[in-house]
Write a protein that binds this ligand. Structure first.
Ligand SMILES: Cc1cc2nc3c(=O)[nH]c(=O)nc-3n(C[C@H](O)[C@H](O)[C@H](O)COP(=O)(O)OP(=O)(O)OC[C@H]3O[C@@H](n4cnc5c(N)ncnc54)[C@H](O)[C@@H]3O)c2cc1C
Length: 439
């Protein structure tokens, strides 16, 4: 049996949304690759399964450690910045907030980001986290090399040249391929984004959807259920200097309105659901906002209001029809919905389990305020997304299984072959992984 220097503590764990919990699980917090190797060897010797945990921002049980939890928050340093190659190598537990600041100090930036930056880099790529922009892919496709600790506790380097099949799978590996030690990210020079946020009538927006998606670097919108309105965001790369919102406007619009006031409205709606349609009508009245700021500040926002979320990637060309079906379903169903439906777009990539694997994608995301029953609404939306071969975000709620998912990914079998070869004993599995990838 392996003796290890790093000690474990039995602690409770829960995710950000509070819907995934485990009591008294053995938790290790390594601060070196060697310690990670030791923990994996120790777990295997004791016949235990291992789960690495990022910042717990997945809504599914993907990060739920049943036996051994590896908390990587002490393993979050920058290993190297290479301005010539335009890469940065980091330890896997680094949070995107910290990474973004370090990149900015070096005149660099991530090519694209999602709408928060609390995730760790390893957590973000493992679930195929993405932002918006039809010319840009998700975060995993910005990775150009990795070091992985495999189930036999060896360390493997991989990239498009070294162990390329392992590399392709491990970039969106759901934590089921190996424990990511470091990642090397392809970055770009720091840039500013010029932002226009304004409400539009949703029918008018959909009539010109291709134009909006193609004429903006990063286009997204939020349709407000029970209304004919959508809140749109158009972010475009610019050489202009920053013109940030004033401190007061930022606090008013991003903190008070998007978080505290919105949270209060959601709370009221949860207590008295039939008020929700009336409350929703207040949302689109917010006017047009224009500003310009560093990309990382624009992409990521503060999220204080807690919720449950499901998000589906569908072929981009199906977006209008699918969203209209969701709108009709909401009208017919009598659901009272206090969160907007978010719609985003990305370019295809070639990563086997990326939600944008081999197709240009539209993402439709639905949310329910924490503490409300999300099941009926999410199931209705999912049945619409099923007719477009929808692929659920791996970190967001859904009701699929390996049987229903296999035919939605052209490279499913090659992923399974790699998983079988590197983790035949399923050291990196848990109940969620068994459901979506099989035992
Ligand atoms: C408020 C909010 C906003 C969000 N916005 C977006 C968005 O804009 N776009 C989007 O696509 N998603 C979004 N998400 C989802 C989120 O990006 C993903 O769920 C992401 O995986 C969370 O990262 P994490 O660090 O919390 O990882 P966790 O949820 O802790 O873990 C996710 C997976 O990564 C694995 N993992 C973590 N570290 C390692 C490692 N070192 N080696 C191997 N596997 C590892 C875990 O085992 C697990 O399988 C959002 C979630 C929330 C709560």
């Amino acid at each position: 049996m392996t003796e290890i220097a790093v000690t474990s503590r039995k602690k409770n764990w829960s995710n950000w949304a509070g819907n995934q919990r485990v009591k008294g699980v053995s938790q290790f917090a390594p601060s070196s690759e060697f310690e990670i190797q030791q923990i994996v060897r120790f777990a295997v010797d004791h016949n235990k399964r291992v789960k690495a945990v990022g910042s717990g921002h997945s809504f599914t049980g993907i990060a739920l450690a049943e036996e051994v939890l590896v908390d990587l928050s002490n393993y979050d340093e920058v290993v190297a910045v290479d301005k010539q190659a335009m890469t940065i190598t980091v330890q896997s537990g680094i949070q995107l907030t910290k990474l973004n600041l370090i990149l900015h100090e070096n005149g660099l930036a991530m090519q694209n980001l999602g709408d928060i930056a609390y995730q760790t880099i390893a957590g973000a790529i493992s679930t195929s986290t993405h932002g918006t922009g039809i010319k840009f892919t998700g975060i995993a496709n910005q990775i150009c090399a990795m070091r992985l600790v495999l189930a036999d506790s060896t360390v493997v380097e991989c990239s498009t040249i070294l162990n390329p099949e392992l590399f392709h799978c491990a970039r969106v590996g759901l934590g089921a391929v190996g424990l990511i030690s470091t990642v090397t990210i392809r970055v770009v020079s720091a840039f500013n984004l010029s932002v226009i946020e304004e409400p539009m009538r949703v029918d008018e927006l959909l009539a010109k959807l291709d134009h909006h998606v193609e004429s903006n670097d990063h286009f997204e919108f939020f349709w407000v259920p029970h209304t004919e309105w959508a809140l749109t965001k158009r972010n475009n790369r610019t050489n202009q200097p920053p013109r940030p919102m004033s401190k007061f406007s930022h606090w008013y619009s991003k903190i008070l309105m998007e978080n505290y006031a919105f949270g209060a409205v959601c709370k009221l709606g949860r207590a008295i659901p039939f008020l929700i349609p009336k409350l929703a009508k207040a949302l689109p009245s917010s006017g047009r906002v224009e500003y310009c700021d560093s990309s990382y500040k624009v992409f990521a926002s503060k999220r204080i209001v807690r919720f449950y979320e499901m998000e589906y990637a569908i072929p981009r060309e199906a977006c209008e029809e699918a969203l209209n079906r969701v709108r009709r379903m909401v009208e017919d169903s009598g659901f009272f919905l206090n969160f907007p439906v978010e719609v985003r777009f990305t370019a295809p990539d070639e990563i086997p389990l990326s939600t944008a694997s081999n197709r240009e994608s539209a993402y439709i995301a639905v949310h329910i305020y924490k503490g409300m029953n999300y099941v009926p609404y999410f199931k209705e939306v999912e049945s619409i997304m099923n007719s477009y071969q929808g692929r659920p975000h791996w970190g967001k709620l859904h009701f699929q299984t390996a049987e229903t998912l296999a035919q939605r990914y052209p490279q499913w079998d090659s992923f399974q072959a790699v998983r079988n070869s590197v983790d035949p004993l399923r050291v990196f599995s848990n109940r969620y992984i068994e459901t979506v990838l099989g035992k």
